[in-house]
Design a protein around this ligand. Sequence first.
Ligand SMILES: [Zn+2]
Length: 283
Amino acid sequence: MHILSFDVEEWFHLLEHDAVRSEHSWGGFDRKLPRMLDRILQLLEETESKATFFCLGWVAREYAELVRKIDAAGHEIGSHSDLHTLIFEQSRQEFREELRRSKRSLEDVVGKPVRAFRAPGFSLVPRCSWAFGILAEEGFEVDCSIFPARRAHGGFPNFAASGPLRIRTASGELKEFPMNTARIAGRNMVFSGGGYFRLLPLPLLRRLWSGSDYTMTYFHPRDFEPDQPYLPGLGPLRRFKSYYGLGNSEAKLRVILKEFSFESVAAAERRVDWAAAPVVEIG
Ligand SMILES: [Zn+2]
């Protein structure tokens, strides 16, 4: 089972960076999302792949046509929060309100229920695992926010999961599709998304995909856009992580999409035997 997903945000939606922390600052940057997304939609059409696009509520308000276009091409629309706010920086009430705004904005545009969620920066971490209960209460049925390794903005490092599972909360259950990891250079690492995908060479990526029964991807439109400005004020490591490998990432993705068969979260959900899936109690 190989699941294809994109987190739909602008090139400047980098996390924990003062220049872009508030929505007010976003008006000062060039917009690139329509062009970046068009190329992705074209690539998916060419390789006959279907995906889930986790969109910000902000994207639905700013680019309603674009979200409708993704939906009309047969892909699934999920929520990536409203304004890309890290969950662990929010109170429960703030998270709930942000979630509602996002769901409402996206549903207004596509005219169908938005059921799946992915946290910005995988910020659904153990200390804010109360968020699972709020997701269930707000009508979400599927979550894709668990990153079972260490990372800068989040991660669930000790989460033992190697495929789909059920998360049981006091407010109901969620179907969880966590990120997958592989043993690379003696460490558990994610390879199927973002900077990791851009960094690793194609022969290794092909080997890793061949050796995995379950993969969950997380790409961003900016991962495939070599022609994007540098955000001012990034340190050297952050700059490397954010901009490395942009020149050939689309070519790498094309090869992977042609060699392996990918599906959306919703399509994968229909194929899982949920009664037999592991259950984890959280929150
Ligand atoms: Zn994001």
